[in-house]
Design a protein around this ligand. Sequence first.
Ligand code: DX5
Ligand code: ZN
Length: 217
Amino acid sequence: MNILASSILAADVTKFGEEINTTVANGAKYIHVDVMDGVFVPKLSYGQCVVKGLRKCTDAVFDVHLMVVEPIKYVEDFRLMGADIITVHLEACTDVKMTLLKIRDCGAKAGLSIKPETPVEEIRPYLDYVDMILIMSVEPGLGGQKYIDASTERIAQTRKMINESGMDIDVEVDGGVYLGNLKTILDAGANVIVSGSAIFNGNVAENTRKFVEIMNG
Ligand code: DX5
Ligand code: ZN
């Protein structure tokens, strides 16, 4: 099944609840929350309190993308605040396997992400411990960037690796996705699509519906 994960990084912070409800009412199944620490990526965003606060306004799946160094320190806390999926960066963990095991131990689904320069092959040792692989299609840390074209091949490579393993693992893509490249990305093998600016800039209901229409084929 294809799933739309609307990234609130591009939403109007004064209307978070309202915008989340609009995108969910129109077919988004996940709310993607980008957590940045100012170290792994240059900027700061928001943390546990925001997840906790927003949890009250929706039952949608919270897909928390941790762009932080040593995410293992925060996993339990984010789970307690209401995260359903917790994704960490391979580049940010001292012990990737232990971090993924901790995510599953506390009852969340485990995601593993790689930046655009990290070889897809580096994921292979961790396939047993993940529910989702997140292929970054821009440098992490900022919304509204242009999709890096080489990502399409990386998505296909990831999907192939997963298919060959026989495991049931989602492939999520994050960064620069819009209506014009969505089909190519799905055809390459992604099934969870993150979108921020293409959903929250302009008419949120209409943007969400158009995404979902393409995603449902
Ligand atoms: C970037 C974030 C993305 C971001 C995507 O580091 O991980 O989730 O919100 O934004 P768009 O869809 O605008 O590229
Ligand atoms: Zn993200």
